[in-house]
Structures are given as structure tokens and as C-alpha cells.
Design a binder for this molecule. Structure first.
Ligand SMILES: Cc1cc2nc3c(=O)[nH]c(=O)nc-3n(C[C@H](O)[C@H](O)[C@H](O)COP(=O)(O)OP(=O)(O)OC[C@H]3O[C@@H](n4cnc5c(N)ncnc54)[C@H](O)[C@@H]3O)c2cc1C
Length: 418
């Protein structure tokens, strides 16, 4: 008799888990709460789906929180090269971009979702959409099935793949945390990771839409420099986002929660040290001495930054460059190297790219993804207390853990030699 496997959630990890379990010969039911599967995958990578990263495993794991070490086992069985070969075997051509980010060459996340669905269904997976699971059923200490809309469905194994608690419109509303908690699992507090930050200053908010590439990024906590990085910062109507901001956002969220004062200092001219920048300003001001300082600054800054530059440096924009005093030039130089943003908060968990916290990985067997608390229960994907940077790390973790759970949920103990 084939094993009956129920997968809860048709996202990245659930679709992989279901297809793999069916490939192993199990009878697989994939239950999805929303009308359509893979909603979060569809919006991933701005609709392009950055499905993995081609860095080496040791470097890859450094892009996760401490608990990311748990991934050594899943990655030793199914990692980026295997994932890429898998998608290529499904007819998805891939391209690798800056920073090792891997995307479908078509630039369409929908191609990834369609391919996963076709593959899982051709392996025999039965998908029920608009099917929210409310509870996992246990009998004699082991899995017995699930409860869904007052109906019980029997299963020999259940793979819990309901995702994190961000972007709830995609269906990932955090249901799996309470389902696992009801069965005795412990949940590390949920926090937003990769989340935009708030800057309560109308002048900064007026910069919405501006993207600054190649910007120096330093984080000061209670006046002490704690982080120094470099990258792209985007201004929003409520503050700042962009890759380098998101990377450090959880650190900042945790300091804000501890009532610390957080300042971000942007270096708008990281390629020039103070001395070289001063020479450049002097040269420009002499050469263009009859022009207004506003016009001369246009050679150094995007248009949107001129008004804040004049405001923060207390300058009249009509003043000619030739009339700028040494003290005023010093203020301009200092502001260009140290544009300070006082961080007043962060966007909510629902707007984060990923959920930090989640199911304690000490309670999961990393060789199988089976719960150490309930026999026959497997937990995968973003539900786990593992979160990574942007760059394809989170989807690879979801795919690898799903793959492993699919194999082990389908196999009998004899087949798997346990
Ligand atoms: C805007 C955005 C962009 C992102 N871009 C990237 C990227 O480019 N690269 C990357 O690596 N990561 C990216 N991520 C993160 C990545 O998408 C997630 O980490 C990943 O999708 C998690 O996979 P998962 O299978 O655990 O959960 P999900 O993909 O969230 O899937 C969970 C599924 O479970 C279903 N479900 C929930 N509750 C129930 C229930 N009670 N019953 C039945 N079904 C249920 C949901 O409807 C959903 O379909 C992005 C995230 C966001 C929000």
C-alpha cells in the first residue's frame, strides 16, 4: 500500500515536497488555502523569482542567521547545482546575474510556478485549492491526518509548508506556527527581517522614488558605529528601503525594540575621501564661480537631493559658487560624507520579505525534516527559525527542506533504512 502524504501549503517548499513524495510512490494530497498555488513565488524577485544563488555552500550558509547551520544537512543532499539542474530538466532556462543570483532566463516567476505544478501533477499529486487546513490530527502520538472545513482527511504523514507571516495576501498568514505549537513545538518570537525602515522627516520622505547606488551605509546605535556596508538605498514615502537597508534591517529592528537610538549615516561620495572631495569642491566652485550653488551641486548629486542638501547645509541655493565660504564648503563636504537619517521605526511584519523567528530547529531532524516531537510530521520552508539575506537564499532553503521532507515522508522506515 502506498503511503498517504498530505502537504499543507502549495508554496515553494510545499510544491517541491509534494512532487518529490509522489515521485517516490506516495499518494499525495496538496492542500492550498488560496484559489491558486504559489502566490508568494509569483511576486518573488520583483516577479522574476531569484530562485537560488550559485555561491559555495559554506559561503551560502553565512547568509543566514545562526540557525542556518541546520541547513548543512538538507544542502548536502539537494543544493543549488541540483536545484538548477532540476529546473533545467523541467525546461526552465536559467541565468546568473550580479552577486551569483539565479533567475529564470524568461524573467517570469510564473514560469517557475507553472513548471513546478506540471511536474508535481505529472508525478500524481492531487491539488485541492481554496482548501484551508485548520488542524493537524494525531492518534496514539503520531500523525493521523488533517482537519479542514469540518472534514477530516486521513494521512500517514503530514508535511507542514504554510510559509511565514509576511505578505498575508499571498496566503502566508502564519497558520503553521499555531498548528505546530498545538502539537508541542516551540516558536521563537516572530520579527520582520528584510523590512523597510521609517524616517520621520518630511524632507527625507519627499525623496520617495530616488534610488542611490554605490552608497556608503553605516549604522550607529546609541552613538556607536555598529555596521559599515556599501550598496543601494531606495527612498520611500515613509523612509528607506533597498538591498543594503534590508540586509541590516533585522539588526536595526532589534535595537529599536530595545529602545536604542538608531542613526543611519549615508556616504554619498564613498569613492572620494574627505581630502579628495574637498579638492573636487574647490575646483568646481572656482571653475563655475558665477553659477548658483544649486546648479553646481547638480554635478555632484541627483536633482532630488539638491533641496535636502541646501537645507541640511543651511545654504541659500541662489548664492553663487564663488561666494561660498570655507565654512560653508566644509558643511557641504561633511554632509556629502555623512547624510544622517534618524530611524524612527520599521514597516510591519506583514511588509517584510521574510519572517525571522519561527519553529525551533532543535525540534526537527535535519536529515529528514521530521519533527522530533510528533512522528510522521515534517516541517519545512520559512516556518522554521531560519532566515537569509536577499539573493536567492530563502527560496533555496525552502526548496531543499521541501525536497528532503518529500523523500522521507514518502518512504517507509524499511525503505529508508531507519
Ligand atoms: C515580496 C517578496 C519577494 C521575495 N523574493 C524572493 C526572492 O527573489 N528570492 C528568495 O530566495 N526569496 C524571496 N522571498 C522569500 C521567499 O519567497 C519565501 O521565503 C518562500 O516563498 C517561502 O516558501 P514556503 O514554501 O515556506 O512558503 P510560501 O511560499 O509562503 O507558501 C506557503 C503556502 O501555504 C499556503 N497556506 C498557508 N496557510 C495555509 C493553510 N492553513 N492551509 C492550506 N494552505 C495554507 C499559502 O497560501 C501559501 O501558498 C520573497 C518574499 C517576498 C514577500
Amino acid at each position: 500500500m502506498p503511503k498517504k502524504v498530505i502537504v499543507i501549503g502549495a508554496g515553494a517548499s510545499g510544491m517541491l515536497a509534494a512532487g518529490k513524495a509522489a515521485e517516490q510512490g506516495a499518494e499525495v494530497l496538496l492542500l492550498e488555502k488560496k484559489k491558486k498555488p504559489g502566490n508568494k513565488l509569483l511576486i518573488s524577485g520583483k516577479g522574476r523569482c531569484n530562485l537560488t544563488n550559485n555561491s559555495e555552500v559554506s559561503e551560502f550558509i553565512q547568509h543566514f542567521n545562526r540557525e542556518g547551520r541546520f541547513l548543512h544537512q538538507p544542502f548536502s543532499q539537494f543544493f543549488a547545482p541540483q536545484l538548477m539542474a532540476f529546473f533545467q530538466s523541467l525546461g526552465i532556462e536559467l541565468i546568473t546575474e550580479r552577486g551569483g543570483r539565479v533567475f529564470p532566463a524568461s524573467g517570469k516567476a510564473s514560469d517557475v510556478v507553472d513548471a513546478l505544478l506540471r511536474w508535481s501533477q505529472s508525478n500524481g499529486v492531487v491539488l485541492h485549492s481554496s482548501y484551508p487546513v485548520n488542524r493537524i490530527l494525531i492518534k496514539d502520538g503520531r500523525i493521523n491526518g488533517v482537519r479542514c472545513n469540518r472534514r477530516s482527511i486521513h494521512g500517514d504523514a503530514v508535511i507542514l509548508a504554510t510559509g511565514g507571516a509576511t505578505y498575508p495576501a499571498t496566503g502566508s498568514t502564519g497558520d503553521g506556527y499555531s498548528m505546530a505549537e498545538d502539537l508541542g513545538h516551540s516558536i521563537k518570537p516572530l520579527r520582520p527581517a528584510l523590512v523597510p525602515l521609517l524616517v520621520d522627516d518630511p524632507l527625507v520622505q519627499s525623496l520617495a522614488g530616488l534610488d542611490l547606488r554605490n552608497t556608503g551605509f553605516r549604522v550607529y546605535v546609541d552613538g556607536k558605529r555598529k555596521k559599515a556596508d556599501f550598496g543601494e538605498v531606495s527612498f520611500t514615502t515613509t523612509g528607506i528601503g533597498g538591498p543594503v537597508t534590508l540586509t541590516h534591517s533585522l539588526f536595526i529592528v532589534e535595537n529599536l525594540r530595545a529602545a536604542k537610538n538608531v542613526i543611519i549615516s549615508l556616504d554619498l561620495k564613498p569613492a572620494l575621501d574627505e581630502h579628495k572631495l574637498d579638492n573636487r569642491l574647490q575646483r568646481d566652485f572656482v571653475k563655475r564661480h558665477d553659477e548658483s550653488i544649486s546648479s553646481v551641486l547638480r554635478g555632484l548629486l541627483p536633482q532630488q537631493l539638491i533641496a535636502p542638501a541646501l537645507h541640511f547645509c543651511s545654504l541659500n541655493g541662489q548664492k553663487s559658487a564663488g561666494q561660498i565660504s570655507t565654512a560653508e564648503r566644509k558643511r557641504i563636504r561633511e554632509w556629502l560624507k555623512n547624510f544622517r537619517l534618524s530611524i524612527s521605526g520599521h514597516r510591519p511584519l506583514s511588509e517584510a520579505i521574510i519572517t525571522a523567528g519561527g519553529i525551533n530547529v532543535k525540534e526537527i531532524n535535519p536529515n529528514t525534516m521530521e519533527s522530533k516531537i510528533v512522528e510522521g510530521l515534517y516541517i519545512v520552508g520559512e516556518l522554521l527559525d531560519i532566515h537569509g539575506d536577499t539573493g536567492g537564499y530563502n527560496l533555496q532553503a525552502a526548496f531543499s527542506t521541501g525536497w528532503l521532507a518529500g523523500i522521507h515522508a514518502a518512504g517507509t522506515k524499511d525503505q529508508l533504512g531507519r
